[in-house]
Design a protein around this ligand. Structure first.
Ligand code: HEM
Ligand code: HEM
Length: 155
């Protein structure tokens, strides 16, 4: 039986989709702040999607951390420790990115460097995470199945 509930699996994949949306909408933001040109309606719409979707990611990551903390996990091997470090690193970098996004957009624009730097941290962690997931897929050791819909524990 999987270690993750249907709710955890659903949130995992919804957040993956939302992160792709964040990446694809971010480019419109500097265009809306061009001092020489009035902002295009479409770019303003993409900026709004980025802000609300980013806040949604922040809320979902907090929920995800709470769900994970309710489950007692034994760390018995070094690889468990590495996986837990990368997972908690992902939660932390996404929560911090949502928080710095709100600060940059509504309170203090000069903090934009921190939001951009955190994106690089997230990318590195996602890279490690996806590489590990692919490795488990090649080994067919059942780890990928934990994050796919199927027989689940109750949330
Ligand atoms: C975890 C959620 C988020 C992710 C993954 C994310 C991702 C990104 C990325 C990739 C960029 C472009 C960085 C660059 O140019 O190097 C960006 C820029 C930006 N984001 Fe977010 N973002 C998130 C949440 C938010 C939130 C919640 C807000 C506002 C409420 C926000 C507001 C902004 C703004 C204003 C910029 C432009 C910064 C600048 O160039 O001055 N973001 N974001
Ligand atoms: C933006 C991309 C991603 C992020 C931020 C992310 C984040 C996470 C986090 C935080 C966990 C820990 C459990 C949880 O909180 O739900 C997790 C588990 C997992 N993820 Fe991802 N993930 C991403 C993409 C992917 C992709 C593309 C795959 C598959 C190729 C994948 C496969 C898995 C698997 C199999 C687990 C369970 C690992 C285990 O039980 O040890 N993830 N992911």
């Amino acid at each position: 039986m999987s270690k993750y509930s249907s709710l955890q699996v659903t949130i995992h994949w919804v957040v993956v989709a939302m992160i792709i949306l964040q990446w694809s909408t971010a480019g419109a933001i500097p265009r809306t702040h061009n001092p020489l040109l009035p902002p295009a309606e479409w770019d303003l719409f993409l900026h709004m999607i980025h802000n609300y979707c980013g806040m949604g990611i922040g809320a979902l990551v907090l929920l995800r951390m709470a769900l994970r903390l309710r489950q007692r996990r034994r760390i018995s091997r070094f690889s468990d420790l590495v996986a837990a470090t990368v997972h908690w690193g992902l939660y932390a970098s996404l929560a911090a990115q949502a928080a710095t996004g709100v600060i940059v957009a509504y309170f203090w624009a000069p903090a934009a460097w921190s939001h951009k730097a955190l994106w690089n941290v997230t990318l590195v962690l996602v890279g490690l995470h996806v590489a590990a997931a692919l490795w488990h897929g090649v080994r067919r050791d059942g780890v990928i199945g934990r994050m796919l819909p199927g027989r689940r524990i109750n949330s």
